[in-house]
Design a binder for this molecule. Structure first.
Ligand SMILES: *Cc1c(COP(=O)(O)O)cnc(C)c1O
Length: 483
């Protein structure tokens, strides 16, 4: 079952290419490159044929679970299907081969693409302006909080704290902390929403902002958002929206119009770029007009009918990423939006919501559902009932792999015991949702009849239950040639 490393199947002299000999004169290498920059010995790379490489990666891709292979309901991560047209167009030579140092007048098309993408994001979010620079959601959060700080400093006092609900994603407190703020956690109500009384009790002139995810990480729409915005603004603070769940709102709600001041997008989630393996992402940040002046420089603006970079931004927080950001992800998001159109975008949200609610109601008889109101694009079950039978949520998640499904997000949000956070996304059919529901129901039965099997799962995957603690403590990802 073990797949050897390419290093292990390397055979001296084997090549992955066959090119005819150069028929033009070639200068010696050290005449072209200063000798001090040249390698003293060859890099120890594997010597393998093209077919070896292709088969190796093909076999690896089949061992792993991925969204092109099967359903991947990983809550909060939005593992939707990524249309292949995005990939085709992102690889167009005129886009993929652009050099970041190319002068601006050479890249009018790329600037137009970025400018229009920014316009679409403004339209979807109801914000006045965006930056496309941040490279991920967490990076967008940091950028947003830096903008918050710049705003308060400009008013004379940076303030000291950021308030977060106890359902917040871990990146939220991390972003606040890295930007120099202390964090204060407030409670959620029984119904899973912001506890207004607790929020009021913590708002004061030291508070720079309140960071909220909407719909929140329980998949619930924060219905009191207008009151929350009023309270936060009355305290002189700003309201930040973690927009990772924007796929529930697109075309239905504009966060910039219901009181949010700053929002980050996760292009790789909501707007379809393959993610999850640590590849490039993009976390644009949108702001209301009174914060526009603080956006990272340069900002792409429209001048005389064309898009251009504006570097003349004296109040800007400065640059937060090299060049323009992760352009390839922007191309994918742009293609995604252009192929869907305005009505299509709205349909995405509606289907995401209906899929989640369908699945939630199918599973409700078999699992504890702590928050029973209608969900948005995801919902959170509790494994408490199965825990009483000696089966943990982790066991059920591992068992799902045997049924051919990726597990939901587990043990998050922290406020639900034995949480299973399920996000089916809009791209899945009713047949797939039903098949997943049947697998979950079968696992709930196994918890009653055969809990031992669940403790041992997964039983059919290339590797069984891993010691995740050990893997984290003894991180060994370097190939060392055995002597
Ligand atoms: C994914 C996610 C983030 C972080 O985004 P990255 O792009 O992974 O950095 C923040 N908040 C929520 C709710 C998320 O789901």
């Amino acid at each position: 079952m073990a797949e050897p490393l390419l290093f292990e199947i390397s055979s001296q002299g084997r090549r992955g290419y066959s090119l005819s000999d150069l028929d033009v004169p070639r200068k010696p290498l050290d005449e072209m490159i200063p000798a001090s920059f040249l390698r003293r010995e060859d890099a120890p790379l594997p010597e393998v044929s093209e077919m070896d490489v292709m088969r190796h990666f093909h076999r690896l891709s089949a061992k792993n679970h991925h969204v092109d292979k099967g359903f991947y309901p990983l809550g909060s991560c939005t593992m939707k299907y990524n249309p292949k047209i995005n990939e085709t167009l992102a690889r167009l030579d005129g886009l993929a081969s652009l050099h970041p140092f190319q002068p601006e007048e050479d890249i009018a098309g790329a600037l137009q693409l970025m400018g229009e993408l920014g316009d679409y994001l403004c339209e979807i979010s109801g914000m006045a302006a965006v930056t496309l620079q941040p490279a991920a959601g967490a990076h967008g959060e940091m950028t947003g909080i830096k903008i918050m700080r710049a705003f308060h400093e400009w008013q004379g006092n940076p303030r000291k704290t950021i308030i977060l609900p106890d359902s917040a994603h871990g990146t939220n407190p991390a972003s606040a902390t890295i930007t120099g703020y202390d964090t204060v956690q407030i409670q959620s109500t029984e119904a899973g929403l912001v506890d207004i009384a607790d929020l009021k009790a913590h708002l004061n002139e030291d508070v720079a902002g309140f960071m909220l995810t909407n719909p929140n990480t329980l998949g619930l729409f924060e219905t009191q958002i207008e009151e929350i915005a009023r309270l936060v603004h009355d305290a002189g603070a700003l309201l930040y929206m973690d927009g990772a769940n924007l796929n529930a709102l697109m075309g239905l709600v504009q966060p910039g119009k219901i009181g949010f001041d700053i929002l980050h997008f996760n292009l790789h989630k909501t707007f379809s770029t393959p993610h999850g393996g640590g590849g490039p992402g993009s976390g644009p940040v949108g702001v209301v007009s009174r914060l526009e002046q603080f956006l990272p420089s340069p900002v792409i603006v429209k001048r005389d009918g064309a898009y251009a970079c504006d570097y003349d931004r004296p109040d800007s927080i400065g640059k937060i990423q090299s060049f323009y950001g992760n352009f390839g992800v922007m191309v994918r998001a742009y293609v995604y939006l252009r192929t869907l159109g305005g009505e299509g975008v709205k349909r995405v949200s509606k289907n995401a919501i209906i899929n989640a609610n369908y699945l939630m109601r199918r599973l409700e008889p078999y699992f504890d559902l702590p928050h029973t109101q209608h969900a948005m694009h995801e919902f959170v079950l509790s494994g408490d009932r199965q825990k009483e039978l000696g089966v943990k949520t982790l066991d059920m998640a591992k068992r799902l792999l045997d049924y051919g499904f990726h597990a939901p997000t587990i043990y998050f949000p922290l406020i639900v015991h034995e949480a299973l956070m399920i996000e089916p996304t809009e791209t899945e059919s009713k047949e797939t949702l039903d098949a997943f529901a049947e697998a979950m129901i079968a696992i709930a039965r196994e918890a009653e009849t055969d809990p031992e099997r669940l403790h041992e799962a997964p039983l059919t995957t290339p590797v069984g239950r891993l010691d995740e603690g050990l893997a984290a403590r003894q991180l060994d990802v370097n190939y060392m040639k055995k002597a």
